[in-house]
Write a protein that binds this ligand. Structure first.
Ligand SMILES: Cc1cc2nc3c(=O)[nH]c(=O)nc-3n(C[C@H](O)[C@H](O)[C@H](O)COP(=O)(O)O)c2cc1C
Length: 424
């Protein structure tokens, strides 16, 4: 039985929304034991005696940091807890750590990165976290994402091998920019094909007879038809996008994937801003050192985030290729999709507003956004607005406010607490 220690980083203690995701996981994964440390609420006593926390961390198989995103980062109390971990002088070599947050996705990315950097410095083996919207858990989608996320965490803790996941039934498109004589990239592609264990179709865009790069002519805005008649839209829509996973192989050139891949990407404008591969896992086989390329790394992450694609890995070394192959197989067989973070949610809000404004011209995009519920304008959620007016009235009335006490926090977690009842 795996021992999970939940470090509750919310100052709200038991009224924390994020804590309820952890409590939900406790309910769903009865074969794990969960222990809770209300670290933020108890920070003053932990400053006096940190040994309780250290003992709990030592005994856990997985340390799960559950906290709200606060002002680009984490609450000051959790920030202090991280300092105390550093000050303890302990090194938690190889101990698994993971983070779950709730927020409105405003800079959840920097909060996650802050925790990842610090926990890595402390020796933890940090697994990819879950960044949920604060309103996710009461929805079916939010519950499925939380459960799939935690199964993925447990699978990784068990070694994350391909043999321990069901055979995915799909095919993979390996879209490469492979120049003749580039044996280093070819070897990596072959290594990937050999280790992934499901059919792979190689599409070398170096050999595709592109007539040219995107001209920005907007010929495609109405019906998606590109001005070029070179068969690219057909390759994209009826071949590449029909696959169950898409892996890109490239050599890093001038801090990018190279101009051939840029041509490929820009020509995808025939699909406008439509997230047509939503749910399809992505991965990259790379010749070069991606860790030395923070901007390119951000572009690859952002592309997957905006498109709603699970990113199985950016693999440069043979070990990374093997690991990425196993994760990709897992993602395909489990249909793993995690919630979008700031990169995805923020990007899509900009597109949403843009397409709505340009709907008269961008007809294909408008139709897609409408039919996929992507016009999620807040003014449509009028019942929430009315509730907020009511709460606002109560909070602004001193007499009512003094009588409310903790009722606001209690009221806020009520729908989450409901989920934990036995009959749910
Ligand atoms: C001081 C403060 C700062 C916050 N900063 C952010 C932020 O930077 N980004 C964001 O998306 N949400 C932010 N929020 C919203 C919380 O992250 C969100 O309400 C969260 O779900 C609360 O979780 P909890 O109930 O577990 O504490 C902030 C809230 C507070 C009170």
């Amino acid at each position: 039985m795996k021992k999970i220690l939940v470090i509750n980083g919310s100052p709200k203690g038991k009224y924390s929304i994020t804590l309820h995701t952890a409590l939900y996981l406790q309910k769903k994964f009865a074969d794990c034991s969960f222990e809770f440390l209300h670290a933020s609420q108890k920070i003053r006593s932990l400053e006096k005696d940190f040994s309780v926390a250290l003992k709990a961390v030592e005994e856990a198989d997985l340390v799960m940091f559950a906290y709200p995103v606060y002002t680009f980062l984490v609450p000051a109390q959790l920030h202090r807890f991280v300092e105390l971990l550093h000050e303890s002088g302990c090194y938690f070599k190889g101990k698994y750590a993971v983070q779950i947050t709730t927020s409105k996705h405003f800079y959840d990315t920097t909060a996650h990165e802050f925790m990842r950097e610090n926990l890595s410095d402390l020796g933890f083996n940090v697994l990819e976290g879950l960044s949920a919207d604060m309103e996710d858990l009461p929805t079916e989608k939010g519950q499925t994402e939380a459960e799939k996320f935690f199964s993925y965490v447990l699978w990784q803790m068990d070694g994350g091998s391909s043999s321990s996941c069901a055979d995915p039934s799909g095919r993979i498109a390996l879209v490469a920019d492979l120049e003749e004589g580039d044996t280093a990239l070819k070897e990596k592609m072959d290594m990937f094909i050999g280790s992934v264990g499901c059919p792979v179709d190689v599409i070398n865009i170096r050999e595709f007879p592109f007539k040219g790069s995107c001209l920005g002519c907007f010929n495609c805005a109405g019906d998606g038809e590109c001005i070029y008649q070179d068969g690219f839209t057909d390759l994209l829509r009826n071949n590449i996008h029909k696959h169950d996973a898409i892996v890109y192989a490239f050599r890093i050139v001038n801090h990018s994937m190279g101009s051939r891949f840029k041509m490929y990407d820009d020509r995808q404008f025939c699909n406008g801003h439509r997230t047509v591969t939503m749910g399809t896992p992505f991965a990259y086989v790379i010749e070069g050192d991606i860790d030395a390329e923070p901007n390119l790394k951000k572009v690859l992450e952002a592309r997957a985030q905006v498109g709603g694609n699970f990113l199985a890995g950016l693999a440069c070394t043979s070990e990374q290729i093997r690991k990425m192959s196993a994760v990709l197989r897992y993602a395909m067989s489990e249909r793993l999709v995690l919630p979008q973070n700031f990169l995805g949610v923020g990007g899509m809000k900009i597109f949403r507003d843009l397409i709505y404004q340009m709907r008269g011209m961008m007809r294909a995009d408008h139709k897609f956004f409408k039919s996929h519920g992507q016009y999620d304008f807040p003014q449509k959620k009028w019942s929430t607005s009315i509730k907020m007016y009511l709460v606002g009235w109560m909070m602004n009335n001193k007499k009512v406010r003094s009588r409310l006490g903790n009722k606001i926090n209690e009221g806020m977690v009520a729908p989450y607490a409901d989920l934990l009842k036995d009959d749910k």
